[in-house]
Design a protein around this ligand. Structure first.
Ligand SMILES: Cc1ncc(COP(=O)(O)O)c(C=O)c1O
Length: 451
């Protein structure tokens, strides 16, 4: 039953377009309307309880109804609910957040630029990279490399950087190239070692670069782990294989930490989990636990100098965002980061993640499961199976995923289907018994889907 207060006829089209689904499913009957949340639980208008086992797209890291965070936001609303950051003015909260992030981010000598969404952070950085290239006298250095399957946002540039769903939108715009995802489980040749697989990807990257005009590539953007591609956990040799290729061609590595930042990987940043030292990084989602939309770019020191030099010549940096560095968002982020730090939630996420990984590994022998991967407080079941000769044996992994996802939802757990994988990445505040309960229900949903 749909919520009668909002919709009357169940098959009526909703007056809004929901994301990542068929447009014909924009109906009351196909939609669950969430009303409130507590801790890791959310409740729909029919009173059904769900464990939000992906923190609602990897965002609500402190869970729902965090009173301390709500108080901090309310205080900021009472003091200064809005102030723009431009023309020699900003708010105290925004400055304090910038100072805090500079001390945390994995980017040396960073300066922070704020936005509202992850997509904006990606777009802003691409724009600044172009400004910097012009300022340095290298205006041709505009091409950006992304990876197939990665998701970087819904705006035109971030969707062009995204590695898929281009054709239906007439994308990508000029200046975007894509290379393979480190999908070792799906794409390795039978018997191919991780090292050989990673070297193959590094050769593919080198080939792409050498076929582009000289000095035309500005940066390689990647999430330390691509959740959207189906939790493609990079093998240990992946980054050590590709980073030297980028370095040899003067191409900067940008870490999109929108999902992997703020504790998700059991370290502050996914970059740290993989020993990366990105030139720049983007962040959003868990930075405010979703209590206010806020994103940020950590601009590396060389680019910052180029921005200074360029604007010296032109007189201004013609970029701003009305809501960028919003004081309420800044207060929300400051309090979120304070709670994560004070309560040791990064270490807690690592501990809970170990438990999650171990519990899901117990399901590795289930007839539907092809692979189990985990890192920090995130894990997936991959439904592509391989035979004794290491050859993929099923082409219905997508259909299996869809079945397991639906069965799990029926059992009151919201997971995330992506690629061939079911992803679990709950709020950082989750406790051990809650991890066990999620995994118990995943096990039941697998059996349901098998029947
Ligand atoms: C890795 C990554 N980057 C960027 C984005 C875009 O963020 P937003 O949806 O806030 O625009 C997302 C969104 O899921 C993401 O997963």
């Amino acid at each position: 039953m749909a919520t009668s207060a909002i919709r009357t006829a169940e098959d009526e089209r909703l007056p809004m377009l929901l994301g990542f689904q068929r447009v014909s499913d924009n109906t009351a009957i196909a939609t669950r309307f969430m009303e409130y949340g507590r801790g890791i639980y959310v409740y729909d208008t029919d009173g059904r309880e769900y464990i939000e086992a992906t923190a609602s797209f990897y965002v609500a890291s402190l869970g729902y109804q965090n009173a301390e965070l709500i108080d901090a936001i309310e205080r900021q609303y009472r003091e200064l609910p809005f102030f723009v950051s431009a023309l020699h003015r900003t708010s105290r909260a925004s400055l304090e957040l910038a100072e805090k992030l500079v001390s945390l981010v994995p980017v040396a000598g960073a300066h922070m630029l704020f936005g509202s969404t992850g997509s904006e952070a990606i777009d802003f950085l691409i724009k600044l990279l172009r400004f910097g290239a012009v300022a340095r006298g290298e205006p041709q250095r505009t091409t950006i490399i992304g990876r197939h399957g990665s998701y970087h946002g819904g705006t035109i540039a971030s969707a062009s950087l995204t590695g898929g769903h281009h054709e239906e939108f007439g994308l990508p715009i000029a200046g975007f190239r894509h290379v393979a995802q480190p999908d070792y489980h799906g794409e390795r040749e039978p018997g191919e070692s991780q090292t050989a697989f990673c070297q193959r990807l590094a050769r593919e990257l080198e080939t792409l670069i050498t076929h582009e005009p000289a000095d035309s590539i500005a940066a390689f953007f990647c999430e330390p782990i691509s959740f959207s591609a189906g939790f493609k956990l990079p093998p240990a040799d992946y980054f050590p294989s590709i980073v030297p290729v980028l370095d040899a061609h003067g191409i900067e590595l940008v870490a999109d930490e929108v999902v992997t930042g703020c504790g998700r990987t059991g370290q502050w940043w996914g970059s740290q989990s993989f020993g990366l030292t990105p030139a720049h990084a983007t962040m959003a989602k868990g930075i405010t636990s979703g209590y206010f939309p806020l994103s940020a770019v950590a601009i590396g020191e060389n680019l910052y100098r180029d921005l200074e030099r360029g604007s010296e010549r032109i007189g201004t940096l013609a970029h701003a965002g009305t809501y960028a560095a919003h004081p309420v968002g800044a207060a929300a982020a400051l309090k979120t980061l304070e709670i994560i730090e004070r309560d040791g939630l990064v270490e807690h996420a690592a501990r809970m993640g170990e438990r999650l990984g171990a519990r899901l590994l117990d399901l590795a022998e289930h007839p539907l499961v092809g692979d189990v991967r985990s890192a920090g407080l995130a894990a997936c079941l991959d439904f592509l199976r391989r035979d004794g000769d290491d050859r993929p044996i099923n082409d219905d992994a997508d259909a299996v995923l869809e079945r397991v996802y639906s069965k799990l939802l029926e059992r009151g757990v919201v997971a995330r289907p992506a690629g061939r994988s079911l992803i679990i990445a709950p709020p950082l505040v989750i406790e051990a018994d809650e991890i066990d309960e999620i995994c118990r229900r995943v096990s039941l949903a697998l059996d349901d889907a098998l029947r």
